[in-house]
Design a protein around this ligand. Structure first.
Ligand code: UD1
Length: 335
Protein backbone atom coordinates (compact mmCIF):
# COMPACT_ATOMS: atom_id res chain seq x y z
CA UNK A 1 0.00 0.00 0.00
CA UNK A 2 1.52 3.31 -1.09
CA UNK A 3 -0.77 5.30 -3.41
CA UNK A 4 -4.15 5.48 -1.73
CA UNK A 5 -7.51 7.01 -2.54
CA UNK A 6 -10.02 7.94 0.16
CA UNK A 7 -13.54 8.54 -1.14
CA UNK A 8 -15.49 10.72 1.26
CA UNK A 9 -12.12 11.91 2.55
CA UNK A 10 -13.45 15.35 3.49
CA UNK A 11 -16.00 13.83 5.85
CA UNK A 12 -15.78 12.93 9.52
CA UNK A 13 -14.28 9.44 9.39
CA UNK A 14 -12.60 10.09 6.03
CA UNK A 15 -10.63 13.11 7.20
CA UNK A 16 -9.32 11.28 10.26
CA UNK A 17 -8.34 8.37 8.02
CA UNK A 18 -6.45 10.77 5.74
CA UNK A 19 -4.50 12.10 8.75
CA UNK A 20 -3.58 8.55 9.75
CA UNK A 21 -2.51 7.60 6.21
CA UNK A 22 -0.32 10.71 5.96
CA UNK A 23 1.27 9.76 9.29
CA UNK A 24 2.06 6.40 7.70
CA UNK A 25 3.78 8.13 4.76
CA UNK A 26 1.18 7.19 2.17
CA UNK A 27 0.57 9.27 -0.94
CA UNK A 28 -3.04 10.28 -0.44
CA UNK A 29 -5.69 11.38 -2.92
CA UNK A 30 -9.18 12.36 -1.79
CA UNK A 31 -12.37 12.16 -3.86
CA UNK A 32 -15.21 14.10 -2.28
CA UNK A 33 -18.24 16.00 -3.56
CA UNK A 34 -18.11 18.30 -0.50
CA UNK A 35 -21.87 17.90 0.13
CA UNK A 36 -20.91 17.57 3.78
CA UNK A 37 -18.88 20.80 3.66
CA UNK A 38 -15.21 21.63 3.10
CA UNK A 39 -14.30 22.46 6.68
CA UNK A 40 -11.98 19.43 7.02
CA UNK A 41 -9.97 20.15 3.88
CA UNK A 42 -7.89 22.82 5.56
CA UNK A 43 -6.32 20.17 7.83
CA UNK A 44 -4.74 18.47 4.81
CA UNK A 45 -2.74 21.37 3.40
CA UNK A 46 -0.45 20.52 0.50
CA UNK A 47 0.01 16.91 1.52
CA UNK A 48 -3.16 15.63 -0.13
CA UNK A 49 -4.24 15.65 -3.75
CA UNK A 50 -7.90 16.66 -3.81
CA UNK A 51 -10.31 15.65 -6.58
CA UNK A 52 -13.69 17.31 -6.28
CA UNK A 53 -16.22 14.86 -7.62
CA UNK A 54 -19.00 12.43 -6.97
CA UNK A 55 -18.97 8.62 -7.04
CA UNK A 56 -22.26 8.81 -8.96
CA UNK A 57 -20.19 10.22 -11.84
CA UNK A 58 -18.07 7.50 -13.47
CA UNK A 59 -15.62 10.01 -14.95
CA UNK A 60 -14.84 11.36 -11.47
CA UNK A 61 -14.24 7.81 -10.24
CA UNK A 62 -11.96 7.03 -13.19
CA UNK A 63 -9.90 10.17 -12.61
CA UNK A 64 -9.62 9.40 -8.90
CA UNK A 65 -8.59 5.75 -9.42
CA UNK A 66 -5.68 6.44 -11.78
CA UNK A 67 -2.34 5.21 -10.37
CA UNK A 68 -3.90 4.07 -7.09
CA UNK A 69 -3.13 0.72 -5.39
CA UNK A 70 -5.60 0.93 -2.50
CA UNK A 71 -9.06 2.49 -2.38
CA UNK A 72 -10.72 3.28 0.96
CA UNK A 73 -14.34 3.68 -0.05
CA UNK A 74 -16.16 5.72 2.58
CA UNK A 75 -18.33 8.03 0.47
CA UNK A 76 -21.98 7.32 1.30
CA UNK A 77 -25.21 8.83 2.47
CA UNK A 78 -25.00 7.59 6.03
CA UNK A 79 -28.25 8.66 7.69
CA UNK A 80 -29.95 5.44 8.66
CA UNK A 81 -33.27 6.82 9.94
CA UNK A 82 -33.60 9.22 7.01
CA UNK A 83 -32.98 6.46 4.44
CA UNK A 84 -36.48 5.12 5.13
CA UNK A 85 -38.13 8.08 3.40
CA UNK A 86 -35.48 8.73 0.73
CA UNK A 87 -34.80 5.17 -0.53
CA UNK A 88 -34.05 6.06 -4.16
CA UNK A 89 -31.58 8.79 -3.25
CA UNK A 90 -30.00 6.42 -0.74
CA UNK A 91 -29.68 3.58 -3.27
CA UNK A 92 -28.23 5.83 -5.97
CA UNK A 93 -25.60 7.27 -3.68
CA UNK A 94 -24.66 4.12 -1.81
CA UNK A 95 -25.17 1.35 -4.37
CA UNK A 96 -24.71 2.98 -7.80
CA UNK A 97 -21.96 5.28 -6.49
CA UNK A 98 -20.12 2.32 -4.96
CA UNK A 99 -20.47 0.19 -8.10
CA UNK A 100 -19.02 3.05 -10.15
CA UNK A 101 -16.05 3.34 -7.82
CA UNK A 102 -15.46 -0.41 -7.85
CA UNK A 103 -15.72 -0.64 -11.67
CA UNK A 104 -13.20 2.15 -12.14
CA UNK A 105 -10.92 0.65 -9.49
CA UNK A 106 -10.93 -2.59 -11.46
CA UNK A 107 -10.30 -0.71 -14.72
CA UNK A 108 -7.31 1.00 -13.08
CA UNK A 109 -5.89 -2.30 -11.72
CA UNK A 110 -6.32 -1.28 -8.10
CA UNK A 111 -5.18 -4.09 -5.79
CA UNK A 112 -7.07 -3.45 -2.53
CA UNK A 113 -10.60 -2.10 -1.98
CA UNK A 114 -11.49 -1.29 1.63
CA UNK A 115 -15.20 -0.78 2.21
CA UNK A 116 -16.67 0.77 5.34
CA UNK A 117 -19.79 -1.29 5.78
CA UNK A 118 -21.85 -1.21 8.95
CA UNK A 119 -23.27 -3.44 11.63
CA UNK A 120 -26.59 -2.11 10.33
CA UNK A 121 -26.44 -5.11 7.93
CA UNK A 122 -27.40 -7.39 10.83
CA UNK A 123 -30.65 -5.57 11.55
CA UNK A 124 -32.63 -7.25 14.32
CA UNK A 125 -31.08 -10.48 15.62
CA UNK A 126 -32.05 -12.90 18.41
CA UNK A 127 -28.56 -13.61 19.70
CA UNK A 128 -26.29 -10.92 21.16
CA UNK A 129 -23.50 -10.04 20.67
CA UNK A 130 -23.72 -10.54 16.90
CA UNK A 131 -21.12 -12.59 15.04
CA UNK A 132 -20.17 -11.86 11.42
CA UNK A 133 -21.56 -15.12 10.01
CA UNK A 134 -25.22 -14.76 11.07
CA UNK A 135 -27.91 -14.40 8.41
CA UNK A 136 -27.98 -10.69 7.52
CA UNK A 137 -31.34 -9.10 8.17
CA UNK A 138 -31.28 -5.40 7.20
CA UNK A 139 -34.09 -3.33 8.69
CA UNK A 140 -33.84 -0.19 6.57
CA UNK A 141 -32.72 1.00 3.11
CA UNK A 142 -29.34 2.21 4.34
CA UNK A 143 -28.58 -1.24 5.74
CA UNK A 144 -29.75 -2.84 2.47
CA UNK A 145 -27.29 -0.70 0.50
CA UNK A 146 -24.39 -1.75 2.73
CA UNK A 147 -25.32 -5.45 2.47
CA UNK A 148 -25.80 -5.20 -1.30
CA UNK A 149 -22.41 -3.65 -1.92
CA UNK A 150 -20.74 -6.30 0.24
CA UNK A 151 -22.27 -8.82 -2.21
CA UNK A 152 -20.90 -6.91 -5.22
CA UNK A 153 -17.44 -6.93 -3.70
CA UNK A 154 -17.59 -10.66 -3.17
CA UNK A 155 -18.65 -11.29 -6.80
CA UNK A 156 -16.00 -8.99 -8.29
CA UNK A 157 -13.33 -10.50 -6.05
CA UNK A 158 -14.16 -13.87 -7.60
CA UNK A 159 -14.26 -12.39 -11.11
CA UNK A 160 -11.17 -10.19 -11.07
CA UNK A 161 -9.08 -10.97 -7.98
CA UNK A 162 -9.45 -7.43 -6.56
CA UNK A 163 -9.00 -7.77 -2.80
CA UNK A 164 -11.96 -6.48 -0.77
CA UNK A 165 -11.55 -5.68 2.93
CA UNK A 166 -15.00 -5.19 4.45
CA UNK A 167 -15.21 -3.55 7.85
CA UNK A 168 -18.54 -3.38 9.66
CA UNK A 169 -18.36 -0.28 11.84
CA UNK A 170 -20.42 0.39 14.96
CA UNK A 171 -21.67 3.85 16.00
CA UNK A 172 -18.60 6.01 15.54
CA UNK A 173 -18.24 9.42 17.20
CA UNK A 174 -15.58 12.04 17.86
CA UNK A 175 -14.28 15.47 16.89
CA UNK A 176 -15.23 16.71 13.38
CA UNK A 177 -18.50 14.75 13.32
CA UNK A 178 -21.15 17.13 12.02
CA UNK A 179 -23.17 18.77 14.75
CA UNK A 180 -25.58 20.49 12.34
CA UNK A 181 -27.04 17.30 10.84
CA UNK A 182 -30.32 16.48 12.57
CA UNK A 183 -30.65 13.10 10.84
CA UNK A 184 -27.71 11.20 12.26
CA UNK A 185 -25.23 10.93 15.06
CA UNK A 186 -26.82 10.97 18.49
CA UNK A 187 -23.57 12.06 20.20
CA UNK A 188 -23.03 15.32 18.24
CA UNK A 189 -26.79 16.02 18.19
CA UNK A 190 -27.04 15.79 22.00
CA UNK A 191 -23.93 17.93 22.45
CA UNK A 192 -25.19 20.55 20.00
CA UNK A 193 -28.58 20.66 21.71
CA UNK A 194 -26.85 21.41 25.03
CA UNK A 195 -24.66 24.05 23.38
CA UNK A 196 -27.82 25.69 22.04
CA UNK A 197 -29.44 25.59 25.48
CA UNK A 198 -32.14 23.19 24.24
CA UNK A 199 -33.17 19.85 25.74
CA UNK A 200 -31.73 16.79 23.96
CA UNK A 201 -34.54 14.61 22.61
CA UNK A 202 -34.67 10.81 22.97
CA UNK A 203 -36.67 8.78 20.43
CA UNK A 204 -38.63 6.09 22.30
CA UNK A 205 -37.77 4.92 25.81
CA UNK A 206 -34.00 5.46 25.43
CA UNK A 207 -33.31 1.82 26.21
CA UNK A 208 -31.96 1.16 22.72
CA UNK A 209 -28.32 0.08 23.01
CA UNK A 210 -25.36 1.15 20.91
CA UNK A 211 -21.62 0.45 21.20
CA UNK A 212 -20.32 4.02 20.83
CA UNK A 213 -16.86 3.78 19.34
CA UNK A 214 -14.32 6.58 19.37
CA UNK A 215 -12.93 7.62 15.99
CA UNK A 216 -9.30 6.52 16.56
CA UNK A 217 -10.55 3.01 17.35
CA UNK A 218 -11.82 2.57 13.78
CA UNK A 219 -9.27 4.57 11.81
CA UNK A 220 -6.09 2.84 12.96
CA UNK A 221 -7.37 -0.71 12.39
CA UNK A 222 -8.54 -0.09 8.85
CA UNK A 223 -5.03 1.00 7.93
CA UNK A 224 -3.60 -2.06 9.69
CA UNK A 225 -5.72 -4.68 7.96
CA UNK A 226 -4.70 -4.02 4.35
CA UNK A 227 -2.46 -6.92 3.36
CA UNK A 228 -3.86 -9.26 6.03
CA UNK A 229 -4.69 -12.37 3.98
CA UNK A 230 -7.22 -13.65 6.51
CA UNK A 231 -9.37 -10.57 5.96
CA UNK A 232 -9.65 -10.59 2.18
CA UNK A 233 -13.35 -10.89 1.30
CA UNK A 234 -14.03 -11.76 4.93
CA UNK A 235 -16.17 -9.07 6.67
CA UNK A 236 -15.15 -8.11 10.19
CA UNK A 237 -16.82 -6.15 13.00
CA UNK A 238 -14.86 -3.14 14.24
CA UNK A 239 -15.93 -1.34 17.36
CA UNK A 240 -15.96 -1.31 21.14
CA UNK A 241 -17.20 -4.34 23.03
CA UNK A 242 -19.31 -2.42 25.54
CA UNK A 243 -22.78 -1.10 24.68
CA UNK A 244 -24.63 1.72 26.46
CA UNK A 245 -28.26 2.78 26.31
CA UNK A 246 -29.09 6.08 24.64
CA UNK A 247 -30.56 7.11 28.00
CA UNK A 248 -27.20 6.56 29.76
CA UNK A 249 -25.40 8.39 26.94
CA UNK A 250 -27.78 11.34 27.36
CA UNK A 251 -27.21 11.41 31.10
CA UNK A 252 -23.45 11.50 30.66
CA UNK A 253 -23.53 14.20 27.99
CA UNK A 254 -25.82 16.58 29.90
CA UNK A 255 -23.59 16.16 32.98
CA UNK A 256 -20.41 16.87 31.02
CA UNK A 257 -22.03 19.88 29.36
CA UNK A 258 -23.27 21.21 32.73
CA UNK A 259 -26.77 21.33 31.21
CA UNK A 260 -29.57 21.38 33.76
CA UNK A 261 -32.80 21.33 31.76
CA UNK A 262 -32.93 17.51 31.42
CA UNK A 263 -33.93 15.36 28.46
CA UNK A 264 -37.20 15.19 26.52
CA UNK A 265 -38.68 11.83 25.41
CA UNK A 266 -40.75 11.59 22.22
CA UNK A 267 -42.03 8.84 19.91
CA UNK A 268 -39.75 6.09 18.63
CA UNK A 269 -38.06 6.53 15.24
CA UNK A 270 -39.23 4.25 12.37
CA UNK A 271 -37.10 1.08 11.92
CA UNK A 272 -34.86 1.87 14.86
CA UNK A 273 -32.87 -1.24 15.81
CA UNK A 274 -33.15 -1.95 19.54
CA UNK A 275 -29.69 -3.38 20.14
CA UNK A 276 -26.66 -2.88 17.91
CA UNK A 277 -23.81 -4.65 19.66
CA UNK A 278 -21.39 -7.10 18.12
CA UNK A 279 -19.02 -9.92 18.92
CA UNK A 280 -15.36 -8.96 18.57
CA UNK A 281 -13.73 -12.41 18.59
CA UNK A 282 -12.87 -12.40 14.89
CA UNK A 283 -11.10 -9.01 14.94
CA UNK A 284 -9.24 -10.03 18.09
CA UNK A 285 -8.13 -13.29 16.53
CA UNK A 286 -7.20 -11.97 13.09
CA UNK A 287 -5.43 -8.74 14.01
CA UNK A 288 -5.40 -8.52 17.77
CA UNK A 289 -8.00 -5.75 17.82
CA UNK A 290 -9.16 -4.09 21.00
CA UNK A 291 -10.79 -0.67 21.21
CA UNK A 292 -8.67 1.58 23.44
CA UNK A 293 -10.84 4.61 24.19
CA UNK A 294 -13.76 4.12 26.59
CA UNK A 295 -16.94 6.22 26.48
CA UNK A 296 -15.83 8.55 29.29
CA UNK A 297 -12.56 9.50 27.63
CA UNK A 298 -14.06 9.67 24.14
CA UNK A 299 -16.89 11.95 25.27
CA UNK A 300 -14.45 14.22 27.12
CA UNK A 301 -12.39 14.68 23.94
CA UNK A 302 -15.48 15.22 21.81
CA UNK A 303 -17.05 17.71 24.22
CA UNK A 304 -13.80 19.67 24.42
CA UNK A 305 -13.72 19.94 20.62
CA UNK A 306 -17.43 20.80 20.35
CA UNK A 307 -17.19 23.60 22.91
CA UNK A 308 -14.51 25.24 20.78
CA UNK A 309 -16.71 24.91 17.68
CA UNK A 310 -19.72 26.40 19.46
CA UNK A 311 -23.46 25.82 18.79
CA UNK A 312 -24.56 25.08 15.21
CA UNK A 313 -27.87 25.60 13.42
CA UNK A 314 -29.39 22.28 12.35
CA UNK A 315 -29.69 21.97 8.56
CA UNK A 316 -32.97 20.33 7.57
CA UNK A 317 -33.66 18.77 4.17
CA UNK A 318 -37.18 19.40 2.99
CA UNK A 319 -36.94 16.61 0.46
CA UNK A 320 -38.83 13.33 0.91
CA UNK A 321 -39.77 10.53 -1.49
CA UNK A 322 -42.41 9.03 0.81
CA UNK A 323 -44.18 11.76 2.81
CA UNK A 324 -46.25 9.17 4.69
CA UNK A 325 -43.08 7.70 6.16
CA UNK A 326 -41.32 10.95 6.89
CA UNK A 327 -40.78 10.68 10.58
CA UNK A 328 -42.54 13.36 12.63
CA UNK A 329 -39.44 13.73 14.75
CA UNK A 330 -37.84 15.31 11.69
CA UNK A 331 -40.76 17.27 10.23
CA UNK A 332 -41.49 18.82 13.62
CA UNK A 333 -37.88 20.05 13.60
CA UNK A 334 -37.65 18.96 17.21
CA UNK A 335 -33.98 18.29 16.76
C1 UD1 B 1 -25.45 4.41 13.38
C2 UD1 B 1 -24.57 4.97 12.32
C3 UD1 B 1 -24.67 4.19 11.07
C4 UD1 B 1 -24.32 2.79 11.42
C5 UD1 B 1 -25.25 2.27 12.51
C6 UD1 B 1 -24.88 0.89 12.98
C7 UD1 B 1 -24.17 7.24 12.82
C8 UD1 B 1 -24.39 8.65 12.42
N1 UD1 B 1 -24.85 6.33 12.11
O1 UD1 B 1 -26.84 4.55 13.07
O2 UD1 B 1 -23.79 4.68 10.09
O3 UD1 B 1 -24.45 2.02 10.28
O4 UD1 B 1 -25.15 3.10 13.63
O5 UD1 B 1 -25.79 0.49 13.96
O6 UD1 B 1 -23.39 6.93 13.68
N2 UD1 B 1 -31.41 9.15 18.80
C9 UD1 B 1 -32.15 9.83 19.75
N3 UD1 B 1 -32.17 11.20 19.68
C10 UD1 B 1 -31.48 11.92 18.72
C11 UD1 B 1 -30.75 11.17 17.76
C12 UD1 B 1 -30.73 9.78 17.82
O7 UD1 B 1 -32.78 9.25 20.63
O8 UD1 B 1 -31.53 13.15 18.75
C13 UD1 B 1 -31.36 7.67 18.89
C14 UD1 B 1 -31.76 6.96 17.62
O9 UD1 B 1 -33.15 6.74 17.57
C15 UD1 B 1 -30.97 5.65 17.75
C16 UD1 B 1 -29.70 6.06 18.51
O10 UD1 B 1 -30.01 7.30 19.11
O11 UD1 B 1 -31.67 4.72 18.52
C17 UD1 B 1 -28.49 6.21 17.63
O12 UD1 B 1 -28.82 7.00 16.51
P1 UD1 B 1 -27.71 7.50 15.49
O13 UD1 B 1 -26.55 8.02 16.25
O14 UD1 B 1 -28.33 8.39 14.49
O15 UD1 B 1 -27.16 6.16 14.83
P2 UD1 B 1 -27.85 4.82 14.28
O16 UD1 B 1 -29.16 5.06 13.70
O17 UD1 B 1 -27.68 3.78 15.34
Amino acid sequence: MKNVLVTGGAGFIGSHLVDELIKRNMKVRVLDSLVGGDQNLENFGEKVEFVKGDCCNKKDCAKAAEGIDTVFHLAAHAAEGQSVFIPEFNAKTNIVGSINMLSEAINADVENFVFTSSIAVYGTQDKMPIKEDVRLNPDDPYAITKKTFEDYLHVYHELTGIKPYIVRFFNVYGPRQRMDDPYRGVVPIFINKCLKGEQPVIFGDGLQERAFTYISDVVEPICDIVGNKGLIDNPVNIGIDKPYTVKELGKRIVEKMGFDKGIEYIEKRTSDVKIAFCDMTKAKKLFNYKAKVDLEEGLDKTVEWAKKEGPQEFKYMDFTEIPKLTNKTYTSKKI
